[in-house]
Design a protein around this ligand. Structure first.
Ligand code: SAH
Length: 284
């Protein structure tokens, strides 16, 4: 791509989102109240459970009754470009123990925080049709830690100082903010990065994966054109399947599962989920 072609601009992207309402409709471009949030989050949970069946909270007849300590360890996920915490609340908290949430836009992270706080106090204020109480927060069995920042500057290995945390606290004052992740979830936000920034973010994320089963999940709109389409309104790229695949390869990541999200309203870009592992670990 020649240097004269437009590329995403960090500030322009943040400015765009700051004009949008801090709710599901805002982060989903007006699709917050129809079937999309439910179809999307069920598709995401199913995708994740197929890859990591051990995250299932439903007892399996095939699993042994005696549970070893390694099976009971806390599962950690990172939700980047998290908006108002939709993926945290509807996909990740139902399946994992601790979520770290990254979002740069003030009004969005404030909304996510206040939903987390409301969950902590057990207040169900269901005025907008989505589940208000975040799973495991009122009984403090799970946690969400909030970081304000952009993907361009965030390092999942060294996340810095959190803004806040709700739910359970690390045991014995232990600091778990530098612990690695079992799942890093990137949804509808990677278009804000140019190709170099995206490769670098994925390389940093790869170093923050806990072990050989850990995953990076990318769930994004896909264009049918050769490479990418630039959208001036929010200063983003919509990339093609091939463009994503080239970027994953450059970041040293291997695709272990890819799937189209079916059931979304017509007229939208196709949405695709990719599960990625470090190339040397992609044994499955
Ligand atoms: N992933 C969420 C939100 C999608 S909306 C969901 O699926 O519900 C896109 C989000 O990306 C917004 O919250 C926006 O503020 C955030 N964003 C924009 N630029 C970003 C950047 N440079 N780094 C991280 N997040 C960014």
């Amino acid at each position: 791509m020649s240097s004269t072609n437009p590329v995403p601009d960090l500030e322009a992207g943040i400015q765009y989102w700051a004009t949008q309402p801090a709710n599901y409709d805002g982060v989903l471009g007006g699709f917050g109240t129809g079937s999309l949030p439910r179809v999307d989050s069920l598709g995401s949970r199913r995708f994740l459970l197929d890859l990591l069946p051990e995250l299932s909270t439903v007892p399996s007849p095939f699993r042994s009754v005696s549970v070893s300590p390694s099976e009971t360890r806390r599962i950690r996920a990172l939700d980047v470009g998290a908006g108002v915490g939709r993926v945290t609340s509807d996909v990740l908290l139902p399946l994992v123990s601790d979520v770290v949430l990254l979002e740069p836009v003030e009004s969005f992270i404030n909304e996510a925080r206040s939903r987390g706080k409301a969950s902590e106090s057990g207040l169900e204020i269901n005025d907008s049709g989505y589940r208000v109480l975040w799973k495991g927060i009122a009984d403090r069995s799970k946690s969400v830690t909030f970081f304000k920042g952009s993907l361009q500057s965030f390092d999942p290995v060294e996340p810095g100082i959190p803004l806040d945390r709700v739910g359970c606290l690390p045991q014995d004052g232990d600091d778990d903010t530098k612990s690695k992740f079992d799942v890093i979830w990137c949804q509808w936000c990677l278009g804000h990065l140019n190709d170099d920034e995206l490769v670098q973010f994925l390389e940093r994320s790869k170093k923050a994966l806990r072990d050989a089963r850990s995953l990076i999940v990318v769930k994004e709109n896909i264009c049918r054109e050769q490479n990418a389409i630039f959208d001036e309104q929010d200063s983003t790229f919509t990339r093609s399947d091939l463009a994503f695949k080239n970027i994953f390869r450059d970041a040293g990541l291997k695709i272990i599962q890819e799937k189209i999200q079916h059931g979304l309203p017509e007229g939208l870009y196709p949405v695709k989920m990719y599960a990625l592992r470090e190339t040397s670990h992609a044994l499955q």
